[in-house]
Design a protein around this ligand. Structure first.
Ligand code: PMP
Ligand code: GLN
Length: 388
């Protein structure tokens, strides 16, 4: 048989799927793959259900239903003061994942350099490589995950086409600071590069933190692609509805890619999200507030068990070193033992690195009912207590 595509065949199954399968096999509490449970807003579900039963169930427009594109533009203005023309600057996608694929395939020419920040979300690198882009890595170091100006500048060259930024950041829970964002904006402008911002967790920022889209920084509107995910904003990850806001010159090639990739996204789900983006401030505040409380509850429980928990400013994820809790070995080995023996699934942080990364941290998703979090802590406690 002739070989199939070598970029894709060099990858295994994603760590999220692997851990979810193992969790099911061992009847484990699944704190691996990041999906919320028990949080989905009823009225958003109802809006989509109504649209399913009474509405249009054929192909919607390729760019997305007007109601959702208008809602995305209005959301940009309401939360960030961004002025966006919904007809030329907004497109609906099948999740943030497809938004990323359409953007990378639409903008990157073979041989272009793409700057990626490690630890990095799993689909970034295969997408860049499948588009024949050349990855250049900037690594953030635990526990602070600060961006070093030198590392950033070293990753850029005259061949840099774009930088891919994820803030709030999976898996670190980091929210990039204003000065880090200013630095990124300056370096991107100096190199005439684009920045693709994966802002899937834009509404999951805790405490007094603020999410500031890079698109709003001086001189960035014309070079920034901003990606959002209804899965995260409405705790409906299975819907796979995402949206892109970009200048018309960048959205046009991205839309070309989208039309040949999926062409469109289910119209009833789009209507549900259009309704949801108009929800009042209380909804968005409560979403973040509830998650912050879960972070605190679960983080305190892990700390009491001896885990060294890293700070978490946003997202669904807490990372912790398991060595303090007396668990030996690499993060991969620890996660394998925990799912099979403690029946709690987590994800090893080293899965978010291209080369060698730190091997002591594991990532827990805390976007679960309190009873689930407490049961996970109980099982971990029992397991650790039972160790010789
Ligand atoms: N980007 C990041 C950083 C994510 O964590 C995820 C998934 N949770 C996505 C993109 C994909 O989002 P979606 O499910 O909307 O495709
Ligand atoms: N983004 C989710 C996570 O980080 C998983 C999404 C997926 O399974 N592709 O856990």
């Amino acid at each position: 048989m002739k070989p199939t595509n070598s970029v894709l065949s060099s990858y295994g199954t994603t760590i999220f799927e692997v851990m979810s399968r193992l969790a099911a096999e061992h009847d484990a509490v699944n704190l691996g793959q990041g999906f919320p449970e028990g949080e989905s807003p009823e009225d958003v579900l109802q809006a989509a259900a109504d649209a399913l039963v009474t509405g249009w169930n054929q192909y919607p427009p390729m760019m997305g239903v007007p109601e959702l594109r208008q809602a995305v533009a209005a959301h940009n203005k309401r939360f960030y003061g961004l002025d966006v023309n919904w007809q030329t600057q907004v497109m609906v996608t099948s999740g943030a994942t497809e938004a990323l694929a359409a953007t990378l395939l639409g903008l990157v020419e073979p041989g272009d350099e793409v700057v990626l920040v490690e630890p990095l979300y799993d689909c970034y690198l295969p997408m860049v490589e499948r588009g024949a882009g050349v990855p250049k890595f900037v690594r953030l170091e635990p526990p602070s995950w600060e961006l070093s100006e030198k590392a950033l500048r070293d990753a850029f060259s005259e061949r840099t086409k774009l930088l891919l930024l994820n803030t709030p950041m999976n898996p670190t829970g980091k929210v990039f600071t204003r000065s880090e964002l200013e630095l990124i904006a300056n370096v991107a402008r100096e190199h005439d590069a684009y920045v693709v911002c994966d802002e899937a967790y834009e509404h999951l920022v805790f405490d007094d933190g603020v999410h500031a889209p890079l698109m709003g920084f001086p001189g960035m509107a014309e070079r920034t692609v901003r990606i959002g995910s209804a899965g995260k904003t409405f705790s409906l990850t299975g819907w796979k509805v995402g949206y892109i806001t970009a200048p018309p010159e960048l959205l046009a090639p991205i839309a070309k890619c989208h039309q040949f990739l999926v062409f469109t996204t289910p119209p009833n789900l789009q209507q549900g999200v259009a309704y949801g983006l108009g929800k009042d401030d209380e909804y968005f505040g409560k979403l973040a507030g509830d998650l912050a409380a879960k972070r605190d509850r679960f983080g305190a429980g892990l700390t009491a068990l001896g885990f060294d928990v890293l700070p978490c400013e946003g997202t669904y994820f807490l990372s912790a070193s398991a060595h303090g809790a007396g668990l030996e070995g690499t993060d991969v080995e620890i996660c394998q033992r925990l799912v099979a023996e403690a029946r709690v699934a987590a994800v090893p942080l080293s899965a978010f690195y291209e080369g060698e990364g730190p091997t002591e941290f594991i990532r827990f998703s805390f976007c679960k009912p309190n009873a689930t979090l407490d049961e996970a802590l109980r099982r971990l406690g029992e397991y650790l207590g039972a160790k010789p």
